[in-house]
Design a binder for this molecule. Sequence first.
Ligand code: HEM
Length: 416
Amino acid sequence: MDLGHAYGLGEAETTAQLLLPVFFNGVAGIRANLVSSFARLDTISAEDREELREEALAALKKHGGLTRESLEEMPKMESFVLEVLRACPSPMFWSTIATRPTTVEYTTESGEHALKVDQGRFLGPDGDARRKHHVIFHGRLTDTPAVNNHMCPGKDVSLSALKGSIAIFNTFFGWELQEPPVWTGTKMTRGSQPDYEVKIKSFWVQHPEDLNEIFPSHFRDIIDKEPNEQDRRRRVQQQIKELRKFEMYKSHLFKVGSEVPIILLINDEYGTSKGGISTINCQVGQTIGATNAVVYATALRVPKQDQEAANRDGVQLIKPRQAIRRRETYYEQADLITITHVLPEDTDYFRGSLRAIKASEKEKDMLDIVDNAKAAFSVGPRIYKHFKTKYKGKKKPRGSKGHQHGRKRSGLALCD
Ligand code: HEM
């Protein structure tokens, strides 16, 4: 706090400054290593796993639950966790330590390509001696994090969280993964994760009697409380929502990574909640969204129904300001394609005298926008014919007379 005050920060700002790195490092560090530790558990033999279980069960029973004392009586578990952190470290962290090129030797079992995990490596006097070579926390395991060495201050918290989580799950529960985890290749961005996302196929309480003895109230929560139909439905809906969000995010990353077109649709709304032209805008989104392009669309207001339509079509809605910033920052050379869906001189006559007077000005503005665009589409033959003639003048799309934007029986088509 004093340091924060010295820099002119109030209590709230100083607290935020402190919490941000803790949460950021903590969430990322723990999340990644928790998944890889559980995945590694799947690669050791049933006997080794049982050995970890027996040790944890004895400590949990002796101290009546997961306490500091019980964690201290799990040396095998600690050795396993340290070995996982050694065997599949995040290269991001390594890069701050291994300043010289390093070759890690590992044994390949034919067909499995699994880096062998020796869960006893950090046990006994030999194991203790090895701890000074374990540098996953940006310093030796035997060193203490301090303000001037930038070692991970979350070292002990992380080890306790990893040990404790595996102790609980491996002691009472059973699960089956969709596929056995493997770590192959040298992909930097993998972090410590196996080649494929770790997915659980099934999960069950393996030792209910032990669970009931040590955690009776949790046992009742888990075993007795069958969710009612409404709860179950709500939970499934929530899961579907999360999954959709995740799939969109993943497909976005995947598409961006492989350099496919990124398309920004400029509309004031997405979806068909208002009817009219928004239906065409939405169909453009659907048509392009069905290709491998990444599609963004601007929207001023997003009613729930429109957001659902965007989720369904794989279109990401953004605010106009975000769109401008994105274009200026990343896509200065972006091509412009216009879709004309209105003939102002035809329709504005019906929308009041002021509009009717301004109709020709509006058409001039439209031609200004089309001028030098990469391509221009018109919706339907009438608008297409009108603008085909207009494009014979000075203002026209690059090297083209324009395209017609038509409707096929199966939906919308962009055609010549
Ligand atoms: C297994 C889990 C974790 C691993 C492997 C890990 C590893 C690391 C490493 C290598 C650094 C140094 C990064 C650098 O300087 O480039 C670091 C920094 C840091 N970690 Fe962790 N970390 C883990 C979990 C946590 C947790 C749970 C917390 C908080 C509760 C945390 C808080 C921090 C903070 C605040 C820093 C910055 C320290 C500084 O620059 O002085 N970490 N961590």
